[in-house]
Design a protein around this ligand. Structure first.
Ligand code: PMP
Length: 403
């Protein structure tokens, strides 16, 4: 692997040790580490131009506002959206989905349906359950096959004139399955349904182009994309967002307020009540810059090579069972080891400095469908190396000596 593709030096945290071993960070689906550039940008903001945005008549506020709006443009550009008004800053994927679910309440009626899949993260299930409780609509889930892919026959059978919205993950956080979202969005539109894509696991790995996908909404989190926690984005088509009522009331989302009534601000501010996460937006924008300047096609090929190396080496270990076998997979491997509980193996790996995640990965319906209570999940990012794969494999082999 060529050296210019080793970007791990950009990430200060990766240099630390854990339990006297070099850190092997394979929990990138939970959150990615942050490059110097992002950390420095946040610090620079607080040291030099911290102020509240949009409202004040002073220099610092102008600078903070400009930085926040520049960040919005960077997110827009990364997603290939047409207009910055289509980018709403939220707390992350979860809030983006909740925003859409809350705002669509009036559109749904008893007899309508929301179609999701069995592989969704809880944050792409529960907000729709709550929407259905409020509106009288019904939540329907397309089945997942034993391979960990959406059962397309079942999806198409469940997509009907009753379906008002389809919501599905671009990439499964539990199995890594890369879903054929473009075709499914098209199918939703053919039935007159809206389509929301949960891109939490996609943006760090794939080139997302919301106009090519033609999705109505796309949600993702900065912290899984080398940016800070506490901020993310919702992309929505402007015409739809214009029609949708606000999500929360408060400062900034208004145009005019009397005691009896309020007129709302224009997009995107209509959906951004209250003081936003300004430092987060600054870091988010810098993370977008960071991603864009990387040789992403080459890094992605390298990341895929690592994934397949790890998969094949894990498969060679007797007693290791890979959970899910999707044809298209992105950077995530779920597995179990005979003779012990996933949590215990997680602890044994941690003792060797290998950070993985264990449990249901906020995808309990998927775990139930696959007949497991949880898995061990190793998830890769652009900065991981062959050495990380080697330490994962050595760690698993050593952990197995304890059971
Ligand atoms: N959807 C998917 C597919 C995820 O992986 C996650 C995070 N694990 C979320 C939604 C929720 O993201 P956040 O917690 O950043 O809002």
């Amino acid at each position: 692997m060529a050296n210019h593709l080793d970007i791990s030096g950009d990430f200060p945290l990766l240099a630390r040790t854990v339990n006297d071993a070099p850190l092997t960070y394979l929990d990138n689906a939970a959150t990615t580490q942050k490059p110097h550039a992002v950390i420095d940008a946040i610090r620079h903001y607080y040291e030099h131009y911290n102020a509240n945005v949009h409202r004040a008549a002073h220099r610092l506020a102008d600078e903070a506002t400009a930085a926040m709006e520049a960040a919005r443009t960077k997110v827009k550009d990364l997603l290939g959206a047409a207009d910055s008004r289509e980018i709403i800053f939220t707390r992350g994927t979860t809030e983006s989905i909740n925003l859409v679910a809350a705002s669509l309440t009036e559109r749904l009626k008893p007899g309508d349906e929301v179609l999701i899949t069995e592989m969704e993260h809880h944050s792409n299930i529960v907000p729709w359950q709550m929407l259905c409780q409020r509106s009288g609509a019904r939540l329907v889930a397309a089945r997942v096959t034993v391979h960990g892919e959406i059962d397309l026959d079942d999806f198409h059978a469940k997509l009907s004139q009753r379906t008002k919205l389809v919501a599905l993950a671009h990439v499964s956080n539990a199995l890594g399955t890369l879903n054929p979202v473009e075709a499914l969005i098209q199918a939703a539109h053919d039935r007159g349904a809206l389509a929301l894509i949960d891109g939490a696991q996609a943006v760090q790995h794939l080139d997302v182009d919301v106009r090519r996908l033609d999705c109505d909404f796309y949600a993702f989190s900065a912290h899984k994309t080398f940016g800070p926690t506490g901020i993310g984005a919702l992309y929505g088509k402007a015409a739809l967002l214009e029609e949708m009522p606000p999500y929360q009331g408060g400062g900034e989302m208004i145009e005019h307020v009397t005691i009896d009534t309020t007129t709302y601000n224009q997009l995107p501010y209509k959906f951004e009540a209250g003081t936003p996460n300004i430092a987060g937006a600054v870091g988010f924008g810098t993370a977008m810059d960071y991603l864009r300047q990387l040789p992403r096609p080459e890094l992605r090929r390298r990341e895929q090579a690592l994934l397949h190396l790890a998969l094949s080496r894990l498969k060679q270990i007797p007693g290791v069972r890979i959970i899910g076998d999707p044809q298209e997979r992105s950077s995530i491997i779920s597995f179990l080891i005979d003779g012990g509980h996933a949590h215990d193996f997680g602890t044994l790996l941690d003792q060797q400095g290998v950070a993985v995640r264990t449990g249901h990965h906020c995808a309990m319906p998927l775990m139930e469908r696959l007949g497991v209570s949880g898995t061990i999940r190793a998830s890769f990012a652009l900065y991981n190396s062959e050495a990380d794969v080697g330490r994962l494999i050595a760690g698993v082999e050593k952990a197995m000596e304890f059971v």
